[in-house]
Design a protein around this ligand. Sequence first.
Ligand SMILES: [Zn+2]
Length: 373
Amino acid sequence: MTLSINDTFDSGNIEVVDASDPQNIRLRIKQDHQSDFYQWFHFRVAGAKDVPLRLVIENAGASAYPKGWENYKACMSEDRDDWLRVPTTFTNGELVIEHTPTLDSVHYAYFTPYTMERHRDLIADAVSYEGVSLRVLGQTLDGRDMDCLSMGTGDKSIWVIARQHPGESMAEWWMEGFLARMTDSEDPLVIDMLKKATFHIVPNMNPDGSFRGHLRTNACGANLNREWDTPSMARSPEVKLVRDAMDVNKPVLCFDVHGDEDLPYNFIAGAEGNDNYTQKQADDLAAFLTAYKAASSDFQTEVGYPLTAPGKANITVCTNAVASRYDCLAMTLEMPFKDNANAPDAARGWSGDRAAQLGNDTLEAMAAVIDQL
Ligand SMILES: [Zn+2]
């Protein structure tokens, strides 16, 4: 019996170099189309029940964030629902995953995947709730719809977007939890917030990259979180369409959800490097962070990116561009690929469920600042 390794499906990514020896399966991660970035992998191994596998990703060391492989364990699932961490080492530039499947179908991935099929289920579920509407802002380069959910009747616009970087699948798990909260019509905080604000929610900013199994870019190799200063329909329609919609419903708060390959913590980066950053924006951010920590023990403020010096902001990044353009509170949430080192889970690491819970808890922090925005 020969085993088969395949990535030809929604969000798949792997190249098989040589699978003839189960103890030395040679693999490579494919680059994002028209880009040098790569790190996301997701593939199925079939026909390897009870066969000890040693899967070697040869080009891991030259991936976008090699530090992401240090103290990292790959995700594995046999039922495509529960994803467990499996023994993984990173030596001499190679990522080595060692696992013995108990069934003839097993999937491995960089993080719990969030497929475009699941995205379609997420949207279908969200619009089944009263007061939730779906707008298609336009189409991507591959012709996919850019889905934007809206809810609420308040004058203040809150924008929540996720997964500009498609390999950061935890960002859409976060969205699933956030939307579960926002569609709970018996939650008094939800009821209150929907009176005070109108929410515009883009659960997946990069559907083409998500389907293609990209780490960081869209169908033409554009890093969407470097397109916010001068987005174009030719190169970054995803950003252009969302920014045009923001121009109509100007945000008082913009929350952009990501994952970080290296740091094993949840943290937020602000727009403090902007030329026109204000004390008001700083005060609003401080209040948000305090409330977020109180709402979720998975969120912390001790570890994160170093603060950008005043005037040194990269204005092509969403948070900086949006804070500058609309004089609003804008933030980037980063979640780990590895684990939350403050509350580790040896079996699953940071997971889709944990990300969803963090999304659920985020409303308390938004509620804490809405009246001052
Ligand atoms: Zn990102």
